[in-house]
Every structure is written in structure tokens, then in C-alpha cells.
Design a protein around this ligand. Structure first.
Ligand SMILES: [Zn+2]
Ligand SMILES: [Zn+2]
Length: 172
């Protein structure tokens, strides 16, 4: 990049969310989230076990299996998925570590599209915008419908390229 060329704000805050995600110790997924009011950064969080409790790198992931419907070759099929349930999701940690008053009218930048539970909590947190990068198709339909009902801007940065050092491969 030309050193005189400044990053736009979306790129700037999503880059920070990705750098924050590198703090995560869950090998299955690194997620970072930041709270932004106007152009001011008000908080950062990543997915992790509660502080003082062994995390995924020490105790291993805590795997739960669940079934979900997925469209395979145009056919709805039931498939088995494994998820790590040891961690508090980045979005939930962000809500635990920020104040309601700061969240009113603010935006959340998060590396991954929020799951249903996080979306429900974000919708009730005072924030008015959610910006994400990696899609999480399982919950997209119900999450975007609910965000629409709440009048929360819900958008994906499709052409965004994360910083190389912060990227981790994730499975959906
Ligand atoms: Zn884990
Ligand atoms: Zn979540």
C-alpha cells in the first residue's frame, strides 16, 4: 500500500478486530470484536474461557456435537457438527466489558458473523450497527431478519482482506 494512502475506517476497525482475535486460545476459532462510537474505539474482546479458568490451549477444547440442516446439492440434509463450548464468545465478552452508556448508538466490528445467541444479546445492548467479515451461514437468515426488526444495520465487508498474520482457517 502507498504509505500516503490511508485506510478507510471499516478496514481500520476490522483490522483491529482481527489483531484482537489473535489473543484467543481456542484452536478451533479465533474471533475478535471491537466497540466503536463514531471513530472512537471503546472496547475490545475475543473468545475465551472465563479469566482464571483453564483455556482451550491448557485444557483442550470442550467439544459439543449437534445436528444442523444444511443444503447439499440443493437438498436439505441433516449433518453433524462439532463446536467448542468452552469459550465465552467475543461479542458476549465485549458486552461484559463495556458500559451500556458507551454502547448506545455504537457499532460493533466483529471478525465473524455473530451466532444467534450473540445476535440476540447485541440486539438488546444499545448498539445500532454490526459489521462483520467471515460469514456464518447457519444463523444468517434468522439473525438478519431480527436485526431488521430492531432497525440495526447489519452488514458484511465482502471485499475486505484481513492482515495476513491474523488469519486463521475456520470451518463453518
Ligand atoms: Zn476451544
Ligand atoms: Zn456467538
Amino acid at each position: 500500500m502507498n504509505p500516503d494512502e490511508r485506510k478507510d475506517w471499516d478496514t481500520y476497525f476490522m483490522d483491529i478486530a482481527y489483531m484482537v482475535s489473535t489473543r484467543s486460545r481456542c484452536n478451533r476459532r479465533h474471533v475478535g470484536a471491537v466497540l466503536v462510537q463514531g471513530k472512537k474505539l471503546l472496547g475490545t474482546a475475543y473468545n475465551g474461557a472465563p479469566s482464571g479458568v483453564p483455556d482451550c490451549s491448557e485444557a483442550g477444547c470442550m467439544i459439543a456435537e449437534e445436528y444442523e440442516m444444511k443444503s447439499v446439492d440443493g437438498k436439505e440434509t441433516m449433518i453433524k457438527k462439532q463446536r467448542c463450548i468452552r469459550t465465552i464468545h467475543a461479542e458476549q465478552n465485549l458486552l461484559l466489558f463495556t458500559d451500556r452508556i458507551d454502547r448506545e448508538g455504537s457499532s460493533v466490528y466483529v471478525t465473524d458473523e455473530p451466532c444467534w445467541t450473540c445476535s440476540n444479546m447485541l440486539a438488546n445492548s444499545g448498539i445500532t450497527e454490526v459489521v462483520f467479515h467471515r460469514p456464518y451461514p447457519k444463523d444468517t437468515d434468522k439473525v438478519s431478519a431480527m436485526m431488521g426488526q430492531k432497525g440495526i444495520v447489519f452488514r458484511r465487508l465482502e471485499h475486505y482482506q484481513p492482515p495476513q498474520e491474523a488469519v486463521m482457517k475456520v470451518e463453518n
